[in-house]
Design a binder for this molecule. Sequence first.
Ligand SMILES: CC(C)=CCC/C(C)=C/CC/C(C)=C/CC/C(C)=C/[C@@H]1[C@@H](COP(=O)(O)OP(=O)(O)O)[C@]1(C)CC/C=C(\C)CC/C=C(\C)CCC=C(C)C
Ligand SMILES: [Mn+2]
Length: 412
Amino acid sequence: MSVALLWVVSPCDVSNGTSFMESVREGNRFFDSSRHRNLVPNERINRGGGKQTNNGRKFSVRSAILATPSGERTMTSEQMVYDVVLRQAALVKRQLRSTNEFEVKPDIPIPGNLGLLSEAYDRCGEVCAEYAKTFNLGTMLMTPERRRAIWAIYVWCRRTDELVDGPNASYITPAALDRWENRLEDVFNGRPFDMLDGALSDTVSNFPVDIQPFRDMIEGMRMDLRKSRYKNFDELYLYCYYVAGTVGLMSVPIMGIAPESKATTESVYNAALALGIANQVTNILRDVGEDARRGRVYLPQDELAQAGLSDEDIFAGRVTDKWRIFMKKQIHRARKFFDEAEKGVTELSSASRFPVWASLVLYRKILDEIEANDYNNFTKRAYVSKSKKLIALPIAYAKSLVPPTKTVSLQR
Ligand SMILES: CC(C)=CCC/C(C)=C/CC/C(C)=C/CC/C(C)=C/[C@@H]1[C@@H](COP(=O)(O)OP(=O)(O)O)[C@]1(C)CC/C=C(\C)CC/C=C(\C)CCC=C(C)C
Ligand SMILES: [Mn+2]
């Protein structure tokens, strides 16, 4: 692991009161250190009382669930999530109408700090290159502003995921996630805690990015702490939205919709959401064995039962005909989400289309590999070989050259 990736936490003094400058200095010192730590801030760095604000945005998927008077849900997860899509789309439209609205910037980019900010973005780029090589390559075609903004978002998502998936995962509590959320609010209020947060703070002040998908990703991590089974696909959909659909919603405001696109903003966000869901469902299908060894089953329990399967079958890891039939249905559903996503990629601004096509084409190929492994996702990890990637990338590039549709075809 390269030194650029190592997240170092001071044993004594990290508090939320640290200014950006101090944080950056700390960051530099830490990054120059040869002590090896991981990317994720641990308990200690998360502690501290960042002021909780709601940033004027009160809706959350979680509150929508809790808001029902009888305690019973009246909407499907998909309907609830669509509200977040509408909010993000509305934010983008507002910005198109009035660019002035986004002129209140945090106090980072004042002369003198610009070098530090650019260093912060460079760190994000290094992290991205280390964790997601192919995707990072794809971002090279984007404009420098968009590329570095995507890097900053990638790094925040990666750090958030590492809280529950990384080496410090066993120390992560709901309270630690609350502190991470406080820190997120600070990022959106122009009070970044460290240099990587500083890059994100700058990004969200320059692009019309709503905080809600970020909050919701943290909610997904909370869900991971308290839940290891999903009753049906509706429950699983919500989880997939939290941890991956949110990424689509965060990314489109950066990538931009092509000016010549006739598609509605909502429909493009809907496609972005679909790509996140497709990726996460694929990720789940690829990792069934690995997750089972951690006692987790991210598969709809009702569909397992209908197929005559149970958790025990999964823990036993036997590839039977029942399993193959079950898997075929799950793969079919994932492909439907990829199809839904495809409709939106063409509507993105021209330079942003390639990384998205590349990620879509490559991630969808994992499904083909699960089939090629005869549905043994218990002991074989499906992956796309370098040679297959090399063949797929020019195809993705060719797709990215297709301009947006001339007609209004994506109305919802
Ligand atoms: C071009 C592009 C892909 C941009 C997105 C860049 C970005 C900000 C990525 C963040 C990804 C991340 C670190 C998410 C944290 C949660 C997580 C790990 C989700 C899983 C990703 C796969 O990672 P991996 O295989 O490494 O998983 P393990 O941790 O090893 O298990 C996910 C499966 C989901 C990631 C979701 C996306 C990449 C959604 C992409 C959607 C868009 C970019 C919208 C495109 C727009 C339209 C209109 C279709
Ligand atoms: Mn993960």
